[in-house]
Design a protein around this ligand. Structure first.
Ligand code: NHR
Ligand code: GAR
Length: 202
């Protein structure tokens, strides 16, 4: 089996969309791949509930319990490799997927998963890397917004672009209404981007 480990910090709706698509699109049969585990840096992340209901392995690593980013990332790597290695053909996951994961990862972490680490970012990169993307797009008067699936590199939100989706910005949008419109598209493009990566690995 090729194991996919998903990292979340909150609602986990992208994670849920990926898990549902994996089941419906037959990733196990077509690619020998499955979502094997969900890891959160927050114990109260709502997405953990969905993961448990779907009988996925879960783990919580609270970044505040570690003295440095390097120490947190080392523990996170060990946990991901333990979970991603279980029942797999390698001793590591085939893919590590950031889905609303809110901690910047160290260069050492990124190097460990080079080429196997992807993220979805709620803007049309290279516009608006970093946080508060929807408010920044509104403040700039953008007429279109969207989301980007990209390879993760040491430089934040700068890796190769794998998929994008565009939505219109509407006259009375707030950051929340725009975020909701973008999120709907995220749920379509993220499973599709991962499926294309799996097809490349097969
Ligand atoms: N790590 C690397 N090295 N490269 C990327 O491209 C990454 C990454 C880690 C996360 C997701 C990202 C996004 O899509 C992501 C991409 C968190 C922050 C942030 O500033 C920025 C971008 C992203 C995720 N986090 C604060 C920090 O100090 C904490 C913020 C909080 O806890 O609310 O890590 O936008
Ligand atoms: C998504 O919009 C995702 O693109 C964004 O957070 C939301 C998570 O939703 N990610 C970031 O802002 C990363 N900094 P979800 O937890 O329901 O998937």
């Amino acid at each position: 089996m090729k194991n996919i480990v998903i990292l979340i910090s909150g609602g986990g709706s992208n994670m849920a969309a990926i898990v549902r698509h994996a089941e419906q699109a037959g990733w196990a049969r077509r690619f020998g791949a499955r979502v094997s585990a969900v890891v959160s840096n927050k114990a109260d992340a709502k997405g953990l509930q969905f993961a448990r209901e779907h009988h996925l392995a879960t783990a919580v690593l609270d970044h505040k319990a570690f003295p440095s980013r390097e120490a947190f990332d080392a523990a996170l790597m060990a946990e991901i490799d333990r979970l991603g290695g279980a029942g797999s053909e390698a001793d590591q996951p085939a893919l590590v997927v950031l889905a609303g994961f809110m901690r910047i990862l160290t260069p050492g972490f990124v190097a460990h998963y080079a080429g196997r680490l992807v993220n979805i970012h709620p803007s049309l990169l290279p516009a608006f890397p970093g946080l508060h993307t929807h408010q920044r797009a509104l403040d700039m008067g953008c007429k279109f917004a969207g989301a980007t699936v990209h390879q993760v590199t040491a430089e934040l939100d700068h890796g190769e672009i794998l998929e994008q989706a565009v939505v219109p910005v509407l006259p009375h949008d707030t950051a929340d209404t725009l975020a909701a419109r973008v999120l709907t598209q995220e749920h379509l493009i993220y499973p599709r981007a991962i499926e294309r990566l799996l097809a490349g690995l097969a």
